[in-house]
Design a protein around this ligand. Structure first.
Ligand code: ZN
Length: 235
C-alpha cells in the first residue's frame, strides 16, 4: 500500500494548526507550506516554527510523520493589492460587502503555488483551513471555489489533486471541538498558547482563548467560538 501524503497550507493561525493536526492524524507523511506576503506584523509567520516544534514535543507519534516545512515569498501580493492585510489601514466592511481584509486572489495563488510544490514533492492532496460557515465571507474560501481550483490544478498539471478542507462546514466552536478530539487538552493548550489569529498582531494580551487585541474581527470570532465551545463541554 502506498503511503498517503499531504501538503498542509499552514499559516500559524488557529485554523491551519488544527488542520495540520487533522492531517497528522489522517495521513502518513505531511509537509507544510506557509506564505510570506508582508502580512501586518508577520506575527503569525513567526509562530509557525514554534508550533511545529511544540507539536513534535507534545505528540511523539506525529513527529515522525512531519516532513519539510516550506516558506514561499509572495510579497508580490502586497504590490498588486491594497487591503488591510497588506497596508496599515483600519479594518472595515467595504462597499462591496466584503471586509477590507480580503486580498483578491490570495487563496487561488496560494493553492496554485502549493499545487506546484506538491507536484514536485509527489504529493497529491492539499489540506487547507478554508471555511464557509462563519468565516468573513471570503469567496475564495467557499467549497465551490475549491472544487473549481481542484479541477484546474488536476487539468493544468495533469495529475489528480484533492483539496481536503476539514473545517469547511464547522463553526468556530466546532473547530475547537475537533481540536479536542484530535489531541485532547494538550492540543487545546498548544492552540491557545502558540497560534495567532489577531489581525493587529497583538501578542501582549492573553485571554482564555489565547493572545490578541480582543476586538478585531479575527479576535472576536476566535473568542466567541471558544466561549461557545467551553459552554458546551463539562468543566
Ligand atoms: Zn485582534
Amino acid at each position: 500500500m502506498t503511503k498517503r501524503s499531504a501538503l498542509v497550507l499552514f499559516s500559524g493561525g488557529q485554523d491551519s494548526t488544527i488542520c495540520l493536526a487533522y492531517a497528522l492524524a489522517r495521513y502518513d507523511r505531511i509537509e507544510t507550506i506557509g506564505f510570506d506576503y508582508g502580512q501586518r506584523h508577520a506575527v503569525e509567520l513567526a509562530c509557525r516554527p514554534k508550533i511545529l516544534s511544540a507539536l513534535k514535543t507534545s505528540f511523539p507519534e506525529w513527529a515522525s510523520k512531519l516532513g519539510d516545512d516550506h516558506v514561499c515569498d509572495v510579497s508580490v501580493l502586497g504590490e498588486i493589492s491594497d487591503t488591510a492585510m497588506t497596508r496599515e489601514t483600519e479594518i472595515e466592511i467595504a462597499e462591496n460587502g466584503l471586509p477590507n481584509t480580503f486580498v483578491p486572489g490570495r487563496n487561488l495563488l496560494f493553492l496554485t503555488l502549493a499545487g506546484a510544490l506538491a507536484w514536485r514533492r509527489n504529493i497529491s492532496t492539499l489540506v487547507g483551513g478554508m471555511c464557509e460557515t462563519d468565516y468573513s465571507g471570503y469567496p475564495d474560501c467557499r467549497r465551490g471555489t475549491l472544487d473549481a481550483q481542484e479541477l484546474t490544478l488536476s487539468r493544468g498539471m495533469e495529475r489528480p489533486f484533492q483539496i481536503d478542507t476539514p473545517l469547511m462546514w464547522l463553526d468556530k466552536a466546532e473547530t475547537w471541538e475537533l481540536a479536542e478530539e484530535l489531541g485532547g487538552q494538550a492540543l487545546i493548550d498548544l492552540v491557545i498558547e502558540q497560534t495567532h489569529t489577531c489581525y493587529l498582531g497583538d501578542r501582549e494580551h492573553r485571554h482564555d482563548w489565547g493572545y490578541g487585541c480582543g476586538s478585531c474581527p479575527a479576535c472576536e470570532l476566535r473568542a466567541k467560538g471558544y466561549e461557545t465551545w467551553r459552554a458546551k463541554v463539562p468543566a
